[in-house]
Design a protein around this ligand. Structure first.
Ligand code: AMP
Ligand code: MG
Length: 422
């Protein structure tokens, strides 16, 4: 019987030489550089794109001081304190149709929300707070000069930097740029991302099922995760068997065409040999053990200018490592000035949770609001890294920090809602 050396496995406690999640993430980000290409896109296509140049305001927004409510424009100085004031109604200002004449003392103009204040006026009295009689307006005491007015430039000042280069565009940003009168925006070009699944056992969809094999899921999870947050041009590398020359050829060809290649499978001890050899021939790739569960083995480095990630094959580990390590690097590679926001906030766990100190864990949770309004979380049940339904049934990750041990029911845990990731 041949002697078999002890094989490390995912259940082992973290060994010497294991990187913490933070250290791995730092090393990845340090080794990631932004692409240079830019393009101009129509504003309505610019969601989740990254600004290639700062946006400055060519005008004040709003451009005119205007009414915040429907009512009557007056000169604040005309208000008498402690008693009723009467005004003579001389005209109407509508949004888009200003009243052009300066207000004289004691005069008022009916004004609608958004209409520019007539020259000389500085105050708008709310319709419901005054009474109109024939030809004049009676204003009870207690009103203040300046009320119900939006000042010119109170949103954006002419010349001001509205959004910095590298800003990741969200819906309000599109509206803000539109408020400057622009229809197009200069953004970083989409990232070209290559996706490939590896393994002799991986079957393409549509193939007849065979004993010992399974259908590829990783490329599909990754495809979805990529599209949710960034503009990417996907280069599909398909499925590559555990074959040195095929792996080498596929990785090389993807790296030549892509800014980032994401492979899954073939990086754990035992299965790694082919991937390791192929990558050693192609570029500068390191194989790490990271203190994370799921997702311990990770390959990272460069093939030429192309960033390469070798994620573990297990379908849950693929998603966890994608969000924790790959997505922040994709933001940086795409030219974003900031990392994507991945807040984890406290909720009470309804169950006790198994946890070993010495690794960060991403358990799959269902976050819900208790009748008293507080947030609580339970797991989706079995947490094996091959149980993809545990992610599908979840709405958050329960993030348990590196040093934490077992968690009792009722304790606080960090939750990272899928709503911010997906
Ligand atoms: P590996 O990292 O290659 O050792 O694979 C770890 C586990 O993930 C094995 O059970 C594989 O069958 C499974 N796996 C690898 N790639 C995929 C994939 N593309 N889709 C689904 N499961 C996979
Ligand atoms: Mg494999």
């Amino acid at each position: 019987m041949p002697h078999r050396p002890p094989q490390p496995n995912c259940a082992d406690s973290p060994a010497v030489g294991t990187l913490t999640v933070e250290a791995a993430s730092r090393r990845i980000l340090e080794a990631t550089a932004a692409i240079h290409g830019t393009e101009t896109v129509p504003l309505h296509r610019a969601l989740h794109r990254i600004l290639a140049a700062a946006v400055t305001a060519p005008l004040d927004v709003p451009a005119h001081t205007n009414a915040a409510v429907d009512g009557f424009a007056i000169r604040g100085a005309d208000l008498t304190t402690g008693s009723e004031t009467r005004f003579r109604l001389v005209g109407t200002a509508l949004a888009g149709h200003p009243w052009p004449h300066p207000l004289r003392p004691g005069e008022t103009v009916r004004i609608m929300t958004g209409a520019p204040l007539p020259p000389g006026s500085d105050t708008v009295l709310m319709q419901e707070q005054v009474s109109e009689a024939s030809g004049y307006l009676a204003v009870p005491p207690g009103h203040k000069p300046g009320e119900n007015v939006r000042q010119a430039g109170e949103d954006l000042r002419r010349g001001e930097t509205v959004l910095a280069q590298g800003h990741y565009l969200l819906p309000a940003d599109l509206g803000l740029i539109a408020s400057l009168g622009r229809l197009e925006v200069s953004v970083k070009r989409p990232l070209r991302v290559g996706l490939v699944s590896t393994g002799d056992e991986i079957l393409p969809q549509g193939a007849r099922h065979e004993a010992g094999k399974l259908y590829d899921s990783n490329r599909f999870s990754l495809h979805g995760a990529l599209q949710a947050r960034l503009a990417v041009e996907l280069v599909d590398g398909g499925i590559v068997p555990d074959d040195l020359s095929l792996l080498e050829r596929t990785f090389r060809s993807l790296a030549e065409r892509c800014d980032v290649v994401i492979a899954s499978g073939g990086v754990s001890v035992g299965s790694a040999d082919h991937t390791r050899k192929a990558l050693a021939r192609l570029g500068d790739i390191e194989f790490w053990k990271v203190a994370i569960k799921p997702g311990r083995p990770l390959a990272f480095g460069h093939i030429g200018d192309c960033l390469f990630f070798g994620l573990p094959g297990n379908p849950v580990a693929v998603l966890v490592t994608f969000y924790r390590f790959v997505l922040p690097a994709l933001f940086k590679r795409a030219g974003a000035g900031e990392a994507p926001l991945m807040p984890s906030f406290p909720a009470r766990t309804l169950e006790r949770l198994r946890k070993k100190p010495g690794r960060t864990e991403f358990q799959r949770g269902v976050l819900e609001q208790a009748p008293d309004g507080r947030w609580q979380v339970r797991t989706t049940g079995r947490q094996g890294s091959g149980i993809l339904s545990s992610v599908s049934r979840a709405n958050c990750f329960i993030v348990l920090d590196h040093n934490r041990g077992p968690v009792a029911a009722g304790d606080w845990v960090g939750v990272l809602p899928f709503a911010v990731l997906m």
